[in-house]
Design a protein around this ligand. Structure first.
Ligand SMILES: [Zn+2]
Length: 430
């Protein structure tokens, strides 16, 4: 067991050795506000994300990764040398946090050797982690659980992944005898606004295979994402002073609300679907009587179904325009990413190596699907197969986000083991 932690045991002695470093890094990184922003022209979407990126460059250099730098796409790139002839393994996490929940002023709390009682977050009495409603938490009695104070997100998505990669690299730097394939490290920005892999320099990265550490539950390997599109509906009305509006005002706010309310409620919504079921999700609305904008995302694991969801939205938007011909309704559809599964399945070793690494880290591996996307979905489609490994973080994009130190340590150990696995396998043919 690692020094200072008196909770549940770790999966392996390696995980125990990594635990304290993972935790200390995690606590340091989550305090840095790296919230991304939707639909800004600049890159990164917010300058403050680079506060963490620059710190990571410094820390990587201190660990001896002399080439660590911030590149033109605002990604941190660094190399960890390894066995000659072995495939080069990419390790990727993102520094940004979601714009949907407050990300500034995070004060993490470590609930050491958690007793199993409800965790009331001190900053907001409404925010309670109830093990009766959170089965993954209920299974972690005795673990050291990290939460926010209830007023902000925690930022385990994806600072758990960042801390785990960093702790694994630090361990390997301290243990040159430990077998490892050469690794390339990337910390991206703006993943949460769908721009994580934008301008990602695949040639400069130089990896043969890669893994994002951006998943959740212990032991999970995600090889399947949604295919996703983002849609913006712009409704133009006619604004008139309400005092003289009779017969003239066409209120874009009301029309936008009409459109949103005409979407299916009991199906095709994230709050009413699970597993492989897709959805059309309005996530932002803004405007006034003159002009209103509704931003939506459409997602499905099946590309044909995804098209059908977009068609449904088009039909509903056209219906609004038909009912109020004085309004103008425009719809703009953008591709976000594609399901990565067919790309990953082209090289079965990518999945096999990860499952073996999870096993060596003392954890039962399980294949999972993600009801979202990752940087890896975009990279896989561009030719770098990149499944998603667990981080131990849970309840993402919520002020009730939490992470188990034991699980984070297991994820860091999985990274160390993964680089070992890739030296055992066939070193040619990639
Ligand atoms: Zn993430």
């Amino acid at each position: 067991m690692a020094g200072g932690l008196a909770g549940a045991p770790f999966a392996t002695t390696l995980a125990a050795e990594l635990a304290d470093d993972v935790l200390q890094r995690f606590l340091r990184y989550v305090r840095i506000d790296t919230q991304a922003a939707y639909r800004t022209p600049q890159r990164p979407s917010t300058e403050k994300q680079l506060d963490l990126s620059r710190l990571l460059v410094e820390e990587l250099r201190e660990l001896g990764l002399a080439d660590a730098h911030l590149n033109d796409a605002a990604s941190v790139f660094a190399s960890l040398p390894g066995q000659e002839g072995a495939p080069v393994v990419g390790l990727i996490a993102h520094v940004d946090t979601t714009p949907d929940v407050v990300g500034a002023g995070v004060s993490p709390i470590v609930h050491r050797a958690w007793s199993g009682a409800r965790i009331e977050l001190p900053g907001d009495s409404r925010q309670v982690l109830d093990p009766e409603q959170l089965p993954a938490l209920a299974e972690r009695v005795g673990h050291d659980i990290v939460t926010s104070d209830g007023t902000t997100l925690l930022g385990a998505d994806d600072k758990a992944g960042v801390a785990e990669i960093m702790a694994a690299v630090a361990y390997l730097a301290r243990h040159p005898e430990h077998p490892r394939a050469p690794a390339r490290i990337a910390f991206t920005v703006d993943e949460e606004v769908g721009r994580g892999a934008e301008d990602f320099d695949l040639d400069g990265f130089g990896a043969d295979v890669a893994y994002t550490l951006d998943g959740t539950g212990l032991g999970e390997l995600e090889i399947e994402t949604f295919s996703a599109k983002s849609i913006r509906v712009t409704i133009r009305g006619l604004s008139v002073h309400p005092g003289t509006a009779k017969g003239k005002l066409v209120n874009a706010v009301k029309l936008a609300s009409e459109l949103v309310m005409s979407l299916p409620q009991d199906r095709l919504s994230p709050e009413t679907t699970e597993a492989r079921e897709g959805y059309v999700h309005p996530h932002r609305m803004s405007g006034n009587a003159e002009k209103a904008v509704v931003d939506l995302i459409a997602r499905d694991h099946d590309d044909a179904q995804l098209e059908a969801h977009v068609d449904l939205l088009r039909t509903l938007a056209e219906a609004v325009a038909t009912r109020e011909p004085r309004a103008q309704v425009e719809i703009e559809v953008r591709d976000s990413y594609r399901n990565m599964r067919p790309y990953i399945e082209q090289d079965p070793r990518v999945v096999e190596a990860a499952l073996e690494a999870i096993r060596r880290a003392g954890v039962e591996p399980k294949l999972a699907i993600t009801r979202g996307g990752t940087d890896g979905a975009v990279l896989s489609a561009r030719g770098l197969p990149t499944p998603n490994l667990f981080t131990g973080g849970q309840e993402y994009h919520s002020v009730r986000e939490w992470a188990s130190v034991q699980d984070m340590a297991a994820a860091a150990a999985t990274v160390v083991e993964l680089l070992g696995v890739w030296t055992d396998g066939p070193s040619s043919g990639v």
